[in-house]
Design a protein around this ligand. Sequence first.
Ligand code: CA2
Length: 142
Amino acid sequence: MHILILNGPNLGMLGQREPEVYGSETLTDLEARLRKRFPGVQFTFFQSNHEGVLVDELNRAADGGVDGVVINPGAYAHSSYAIRDAVAALKIPVVEVHITNVHAREEFRRRSLIAPVCRGVVTGLGRRGYELAVQFLVDERA
Ligand code: CA2
């Protein structure tokens, strides 16, 4: 099984700034943990600060080979119609993940443009959200 883990803007700074909000684990630590926890899964990890680059990666996933996507679109969750359209075009399941509870923060974070076209959303469970999303995709395929 091949899962694409897509992280949007600023998530490359995980573990380096604002650890009180986003935790002390780096993105590399998070990726290593996923590989360790799911040895049978082939992962592609991708992070970009650029909207179009994230769209390119989603379009590539649509071309085949990827069985499911876990996406943390970062702030693009709240603003990007382009990412929403790219997700909507996918036939494979997509789970949106947010490290923080977006409903417990500023008002603008409560609305995700991506969520309605995703299979589901995990928000506020820290980095474990990625693990839960992967577990869901694995179970779904079994
Ligand atoms: O909670 C999440 O995962 C978010 O997607 C994080 C985004 C935010 O805009 C969303 O509303 C919710 C921000 C990512 C910023 O990542 C940082 C990581 C480390 C240090 C500073 C920022």
